[in-house]
Design a protein around this ligand. Structure first.
Ligand code: KG4
Ligand code: ZN
Length: 363
């Protein structure tokens, strides 16, 4: 009986996942029974905070320093030994190449020593498949992928099979949150800070544009919205933007009004995507949201309402699996491993790596 057959039918498959493509050094152990045995995430927030954004070289050095410890902790917390691991999945792009290289080299080294397969996971596929780790979501489904680097609508037909329906022509949704947070001196990281401040804000105080509203298709644009927020902040004072410090209520109102504009914009585009998705995949019944911005409660609530109206089901990973983590990498690796999709140790890390190879140019 070969090893693969035994794993499939007799014993849990166990995959170690490693994530290091941005500013989280993470490792996780996941089984094919959808158990997350460990999920260790070392955030580099403190390292990048003073710069108001991720500094790639600092991130790469920090990954290098922490990764061995993070992996060892994940294996220990999972209550297994390295010998129990069936495959090693490493986020192998897209992302900041210095960090990606650290994760790829670590994953390959462990796979090679254990004589087990290495699986090169697309970080975006990690986000895209998380809802299948945490819930019963069947292919095909419609995915809104909203993170710091990407904003896309995709039909997910299967593992490794994505059709991009729309994407951003400028900033990603998370990027817009981060930039607006910086303008408002709202705190870092941006998305969570804006959401927190928005709780006490008036979403109707400032009227911001809803880019591409009522236009065909489901591409996104956020740069006009961002500029509109900047102009409004500048109109509140004679000082240059960098010196303007708003009072807490003004800040909260800005955050609430901006968050509402982003949610309205995303929902408008998802509505169009649902039409496109239903035409091509009449059996598809689920809308999934993933990526860091999927942790936003207002967005999740708006999507629940939209799904109800459209007679569709809605699925989203729990908040801590929306932002970057290695459980999603381990799970995507496991889904690939089950299909025999493993990679050679000569796999070259990919700083750019689209889920749909036919969709180029947008992010
Ligand atoms: O997926 P992720 O952790 O990293 C990337 O792959 O980019 O996403 C990070 C992004 C950041 O832009 C962050 O500001 C945003 O997700 N984010 C949020 C929230 N939590 C994280 N945006 C809005 N509301 C949140 N609660
Ligand atoms: Zn991500």
């Amino acid at each position: 009986m070969d090893d693969w057959f035994k794993k499939c039918f007799l014993k849990d498959m166990i995959v170690l996942g490693i994530e290091s493509s941005c500013d989280e050094t993470a490792a996780s152990v996941v089984t094919d029974k959808r158990e997350i045995l460990s999920n260790v995430i070392l955030s580099q927030i403190e390292e990048h905070k003073i710069f108001g954004g991720v500094v790639p070289e600092i991130a790469a050095r920090a990954h290098l320093e922490y990764i061995d410890n993070v992996v060892e902790t994940a294996v220990k917390k999972a209550g297994i030994s390295f010998a129990d691991i069936d495959a090693v999945a490493g986020a192998s792009g897209p992302g900041l190449i210095g960090g990606v290289l650290v994760g790829v080299m670590t994953s390959k080294a462990i796979a090679s020593v254990l004589n087990k397969p290495y699986i090169a996971v697309n970080h975006l596929e990690g986000h895209a498949l998380t809802a299948r780790l945490t819930g019963d979501v069947e292919f095909p489904y419609l995915l809104l992928l909203v993170s710091g680097g990407h904003c896309q609508l995709l039909a997910v037909e299967g593992v490794g099979k994505y059709r991009q329906l729309g994407a951003t022509i400028d900033d990603a949704a998370g990027e817009a949150f981060d930039k607006v947070a910086k303008m408002l001196k709202a705190g870092y990281p941006g998305g969570q800070s804006v959401e927190k401040l928005a709780i006490n804000g008036d979403p109707k105080r400032f009227s911001f544009p809803r880019p591409l509203k009522n236009r065909e298709g489901c591409d996104f644009s956020f740069s006009g919205l961002k500029t509109s927020v900047r102009r409004k902040i500048e109109s509140m004072s004679d000082e240059p933007l960098a010196s303007i410090v708003l009072n807490e209520q003004d800040k909260a109102d800005f955050c609430a009004s901006f968050q509402e504009a982003v949610c309205d914009t995303l929902i408008g585009r998802v509505k169009n995507a649902i039409k496109m998705f239903k035409e091509s995949f009449p059996t598809g019944k689920t809308i999934v949201v993933a990526g860091g911005v999927a942790a936003n409660t207002k967005l999740r609530e708006s999507l629940v309402r939209l799904a109800e109206k459209e007679n569709m089901e809605f699925a989203a990973p729990p908040l801590k699996l929306c932002t970057d983590n290695a459980a999603m990498i381990a799970w995507a690796g496991l889904e690939r491993y089950r299909l025999g999709l493993v990679d050679g140790l000569d796999f070259k890390p990919r700083p750019r790596w689209a889920l749909d190879p036919d969709a180029k140019g947008k992010k």
